[in-house]
Design a protein. Structure first.
Length: 280
């Protein structure tokens, strides 16, 4: 494929716009990404600047440059495609054979429009969801504003006007929270977070639960999750968390769930273990 034809696939008008988009994605999801995911994303990002948003790097090239296995690279690209960050486009060579797949960064309004939806009555001593940020290798520190997750033409919650009766004041308390957030967690979290922040923090916890694919419903592990949350709050209050609070909490809950999953495997009556010490 003639490299000059790549311009028609360009998805961003400038490199600055591409950078803003990718950094917006990282503000939302970087605590869910492994070190390998970040290295692969960095490589694709850095090779998408000639025609902003278009990368024609081969999988083998990414493998040799990052040192990651081919299966890891392919799995990572598939994950980014499922997250609507990139899109693969097949190309055809002049001889009619299939060419390299292009990786196109897809513009998403949620990533390009940072906002702050913290309520104005947030207590002075509340724990900020995003503490001092330390960025992955190769990334610059970004604003602590987080892009709101919205799709298509949905109106931003920040800009949506919600009114009560004429002349009345509309105050949103914790009873407005969705029913899927356990009441016991709300009680523990509300001294530190506003209702909007409680919803966001629980979303972070639930993503960790979904990723680990536990054997039971999340309510079974709620006691351990709350204990992990309290420990994270304690460390944050002590100034010992030097990155985003949600990022730290996500990693802590994920590790706690992994330990619980290992205990379940050991306790399973169907498990068979080989006692190699008795063999001698």
């Amino acid at each position: 494929m003639n490299i000059n034809h790549l311009k028609k696939y360009q998805t961003f008008s400038s490199v600055a716009e591409l950078d803003q988009h990718v950094r917006g994605f990282l503000r939302r999801y970087k605590w869910e990404l492994s070190e390998g995911n970040l290295e692969i994303l960095t490589y694709i990002w850095r090779h998408s600047v000639k025609y902003p948003g278009v990368s024609f790097a081969k999988v083998n090239t990414i493998v040799s440059t990052t040192g990651r296995s081919r299966s890891t690279v392919i799995r990572t690209i598939n994950r980014f495609e499922n997250m609507n960050l990139i899109k693969r486009v097949a190309t055809i060579r002049p001889n009619g054979k299939r060419g390299v797949n292009l990786l196109l960064f897809q513009p998403q309004e949620a990533f390009l429009t940072p906002h702050d939806d913290t309520l104005p009555d947030t207590a002075i001593d509340t724990v900020p969801i995003e503490a001092e940020t330390t960025s992955p290798k190769g990334f610059s520190p970004e604003s602590q504003e987080e892009a709101e997750n919205k799709q298509g033409e949905k109106q931003s919650l920040k800009n949506k006007k919600i009114e009560g009766r004429p002349g009345s004041r509309f105050d949103m308390d914790y009873t407005f929270l969705p029913s899927y957030i356990p009441a016991s967690f709300v009680e523990v979290a509300k001294p530190f977070f506003t209702p909007v922040e409680v919803d966001r923090v629980w979303g972070c916890i639930h993503r960790a639960y979904k990723r680990e694919q536990m054997h039971h419903g999340i309510e079974v592990y709620l006691e351990g999750i709350i204990r992990t949350f309290k420990q994270a709050i304690f460390l944050c209050k002590q100034g010992k968390i030097k990155k985003q609070f949600c990022g730290y909490l996500y990693s802590s809950v994920l590790e706690a769930l992994r330990q619980e999953k290992r205990r379940e495997m050991i306790q399973c009556s169907g498990s068979v273990y080989y006692d190699w010490l008795e063999e001698a």
